[in-house]
Design a protein around this ligand. Sequence first.
Ligand code: VL7
Length: 135
Amino acid sequence: MPVSLCGTWDMVSNVNLEGYMIALGIGLYTRKIALKLKHRKVIEQVGDQYVVKTLSTFRNYTFSFRVNEEFEEFTKGLDGRHCKSLVAWEGNKLVCIQKGEKKNRFWAHWIEDDKLHLELHCEDQVCKQVFKRVI
Ligand code: VL7
């Protein structure tokens, strides 16, 4: 089992969120607000169930899943789409394929240099976020 992603993490960098949001069809006004946010990521694991919370002063997004088990994801408060999502370990990366209307939609989390890394992919856009451990 790769290193645990569990914990509370605060955003330290956020590259090309704008491109990712445009690919998701997020409107200009929401994008302007979203770009100013510092996200906090809280990742918890109970048994084989993960809970991932993305918290901000504007909106929160929480979902839970079991690794290797497809689930219905509704991205409430984000782009508001339904996906058939599947999270699996690929080496040291926890990867979530989000099948739905948008092509090439997935994210990957991993730990590198004690930081939590996240790549968010949609169509031809990649947003890269890095978080430092809080607790
Ligand atoms: C989610 C948001 C832009 C809509 C609001 C911005 C509120 C705080 O999906 C994400 O992380 C994965 C992996 O940890 C968990 O699903 C990142 C933040 C990027 C995309 C959409 C803007 C409206 C942001 C919830």
